[in-house]
Design a binder for this molecule. Structure first.
Ligand code: OOG
Ligand code: NI
Length: 468
């Protein structure tokens, strides 16, 4: 708690993420099973690899290694998106990056609300991938209007959440009692509602246009559709899911397994069919089903520079032009083989990746570097200082998302039927106008961390030289 008596946004986010986890585990039992597998595999991995364990205990909190790293929601209107931005800001989460998913035939565009600085990420890294439905991509005008009308009739936050949000913004923070109440009230927004806002006929019409549209429009709020803990061995968890009675998606999304991991690898179990009821126009309710909620796992690697990312995209597209993973898993091992082969062209060595400018690194002084700094008066550029063993570098972890992977996660959870093709139609300006704020540029963000770490090293070693 600060002098002002306000609880830190990081503390509110940690409480929120724990509350979401408890609620989701309770609502989706298969998710509880996934969490158990993840914890087991993480324990095994750490026991097998004492070096990894030592490194993680220096940089991460080992007791929270298996905690959720992200979740995802889908909202229906600009007002709802703006409301989410304000709510997440109270928890120290800010919009980073713009993801256009219309390329993949999914009528949404998205951002991720996340903590920005390293210290906040370490305290609690929870982020929420947030998608805004693009009603403009529905061609049928009558259906579009009906969907818009349904969305405008709902209020996705409780009056209590709204009051506390106003207070947090007016006062610049929340005291302990208010922060606790805020978390409890905000949780309600993400809860599952099994009673639909629409009748079965409308649901069917929305569903036939795109399952995602039915998911966003038919219910009272943006239910959390998945949570995603961190695994230290994603391939192992993928293999264990069927043994524990849960059906994983066909392949792990993202880059292949590597000695030097890059970006983000993720996989999920398929969404479950759940009982819901639709409004009966004659009164009462009518039983039905809806498929929406699933569980996901992630394993993160190094953030890539624009050059590294371009190479990643080229290699991935090259593989996918030759073979696309089939949803039924029939070509999964061929796809994973092709992926591994395709990525042979991506250097798998940190020093080489650094030399070629493919990834972002944080620089720091070695022991010898610290002694040299104490003496003062070193000379030379970064390269010389590294060669002299005074400066070392570690990859910066990628904290964002990948549109092709996200599309794969969406798709595996929407089923293969009734897919409508939308053409690529990015509209970042529109998204930012709807959000009411710009989204941060992820590349600028990583570049700034890197530049800052270099400046600190140079200033320590060459106190008399002004570092630009
Ligand atoms: C979001 C899917 C994207 C990820 O991890 O890439 C995502 C959704 O299904 O709403 O969460
Ligand atoms: Ni996800």
């Amino acid at each position: 708690m600060s002098e002002s008596g306000f609880v830190s946004p990081n503390t509110i986010r940690a409480a929120f993420s724990a509350a979401m986890s408890a609620m989701y585990r309770d609502e989706v039992p298969a998710y509880g099973t996934l969490i158990d597998i993840v914890a087991e595999v993480n324990d095994e991995t750490l026991a097998r690899d004492p070096h990894l364990k030592a490194r993680l205990s220096e940089t991460d909190s080992l007791d929270r290694i298996s905690d959720e790293r992200h979740g995802a929601i889908r909202v229906g209107t600009p007002e709802e998106l703006r409301l989410m931005r304000r709510i997440f800001a109270v928890m120290g989460m800010f919009p980073v990056s713009y993801y256009d998913l219309s390329v993949a035939g999914i009528p949404v565009h998205s951002t991720a609300f996340r903590p920005l600085d390293d210290k906040s990420l370490k305290i609690n890294p929870f982020r929420v991938f947030t998608s805004l439905l693009r009603l403009d991509l529905i061609e049928d005008e009558t259906l579009r209007d009906e969907a818009a009308r349904t969305l405008s009739s709902r209020d996705i936050v409780t009056p209590g959440a709204r009051a506390l949000l106003d207070r947090a913004e007016a006062d610049g923070g929340l005291n302990k009692a208010d922060a606790d109440a805020f978390v409890a009230e905000v949780l309600e927004t993400f809860r599952w509602h099994d009673k639909a806002l629409v009748d079965a006929e409308m649901y069917r019409a929305l569903h036939d246009t795109h399952r995602l549209i039915a998911d966003v429009v038919s219910f009272r709020g943006p239910h959390i559709n998945h949570l995603t803990p961190r695994t230290l061995d994603i391939d192992r968890v993928q293999a264990m899911m069927p043994e524990r009675g849960i059906a994983p998606k066909a392949v792990v999304e993202g880059p292949p397994a590597r000695r030097c991991p890059i970006l983000l690898r993720q996989t999920s179990f398929k969404a479950l069919e759940e009982d819901v009821s639709f409004q009966n126009p004659e009164g009462g309710w009518e039983a039905g089903h809806h498929t929406a909620r699933f569980g996901e796992i992630e394993q993160r690697g190094a953030a890539l520079t624009p050059r590294g990312r371009a190479l990643y995209d080229t290699l991935l597209n090259g593989v996918r032009d030759r073979i696309k993973p089939a949803a039924d898993g029939s070509n999964a091992s061929e796809y994973m083989d092709a992926l591994a082969k395709g990525f042979a062209a991506f250097p798998d060595d940190w020093a080489e990746m650094r030399k070629q400018g493919l990834a972002y690194f944080a620089y720091s002084l070695t022991e010898a570097g610290k002694q040299a700094a104490h003496r003062g008066g070193e000379e030379g550029d970064l390269k010389t200082l590294i060669e002299a063993g005074l400066v070392t570098f570690d990859p910066i972890v990628y904290e964002d998302f990948l549109p092709v992977s996200a599309a794969g996660i969406f798709e595996s959870n929407l089923g293969d039927d009734s897919k409508q093709d939308f053409s690529a139609n990015p509209n970042r300006d529109r998204f930012e106008a709807d959000l009411g704020a710009p989204v941060a540029d992820e590349f600028e963000h990583y570049a700034a961390i890197e530049t800052d770490s270099i400046r600190q090293c140079l200033e320590a070693l060459m106190p008399l030289v002004r570092v630009e």
